[in-house]
Design a protein around this ligand. Structure first.
Ligand code: HXC
Length: 258
């Protein structure tokens, strides 16, 4: 039997998913994307989990979609099987925050997968790029869209048109990654960040994610109205009462996540 293409474990209240095709630098094939979608949905449904981390190896988060599997693909097959949205859009259904802990290469579909996550923690050896142009194609899982929103037109055009890589420092300067951390301990740092998030009241965490994402889908006035309604609704939660009482009583809150 084949080795598992992903590994899952829980650390405290964090669901950790490790992409596991190390010999192919975690090239993303259907088996891996199917398994990743299943694992994401399972953690999202698990009441003991408050935040999810997706990572690869020290050398590669993922070096892209699997070129071996794509090389002979035709347009009719690509179109009829809905390549690549069929098993790539599972991430969009996940309501809990998903952190990409990127070490080494995040290229092509690997960079796109990282950008589908809610935020990226990058090790100092991370390399980001959309090298599809070198293969005679373009990014197909959001690379021209999410990268442009994250880093702006100039940098996005530079990366997408030349196929060059950008290192962790440049990625942080450009707004693609939230934090850069030393490679040693990078995954632990991402998991610690996830554990912090998992400790907060779940309704507030889900609404925070939903509201930030709304900024990319709506005009400002609509986004502000949406945020205000969610904000107001949180006053219906037990955790709002607990969080504010704990502050006033100078103690730590004990959230019940409802
Ligand atoms: C299949 C891949 C792969 C990929 C690496 N490998 N990337 N196999 N698909 N995307 C394989 C190599 O063929 C090799 O297999 C092994 O992994 C190790 O890679 P090397 O090239 O020997 O390693 P290195 O010299 O360190 O170079 C690392 C690298 C290079 C710079 C990341 O592997 C590379 O350029 N990879 C391709 C990156 C890329 O073009 N990505 C975009 C793909 S298109 P063997 O058998 O020789 O050991 C894409 C489209 C997305 O993502 C569209 C929407 C999904």
């Amino acid at each position: 039997t084949d080795d598992a293409v992903i590994l899952t474990e829980t650390r405290g209240h964090v669901g950790l998913i490790t992409l596991n095709r190390p010999k192919q630098l975690n090239a993303l094939n259907d088996a891996l994307m199917d398994a990743l979608g299943d694992a994401l949905k399972a953690f999202d449904a698990d009441a003991a989990i408050g935040c999810i981390v997706v990572t690869g190896s020290d050398k590669a988060f993922a070096a892209g979609a699997d070129i071996t599997a794509m090389a002979q693909k035709t347009f009719p097959a690509s179109y009829t099987e809905d390549f690549i949205s069929r098993n790539w859009e599972a991430m969009m259904q996940i309501r809990k925050p998903v952190i990409a802990a990127v070490r080494g290469f995040a290229l092509g579909g690997g960079c796109e997968l990282a950008m589908m996550c809610d935020l990226i923690v990058a090790a100092d050896n991370a390399q980001f790029g959309q090298p599809e142009i070198k293969l005679g194609i373009i990014p197909g899982a959001g690379g021209t869209q999410r990268l442009t929103r994250a880093v702006g037109k100039a940098k996005a055009m530079d990366l997408v048109l030349t196929g060059r890589m950008m290192d962790a420092q440049e990625a942080e300067r450009s707004g693609l990654v939230a934090r850069v951390v030393p490679l040693e301990g990078a995954l632990d740092e991402a998991v610690a960040m996830a554990e912090t998030i998992a400790g907060f009241s779940l309704p507030s965490v889900l609404m925070a994610k939903e509201s930030v994402n709304r900024a990319f889908e709506s005009p400002l006035a609509e986004g502000l109205r949406y945020e205000r309604r969610l904000f107001q609704s949180l006053f219906a939660t037990a955790d709002q009462k607990e969080g504010m009482a704990a502050f006033l009583e100078k103690r730590k809150p004990l959230f019940t996540h409802r």
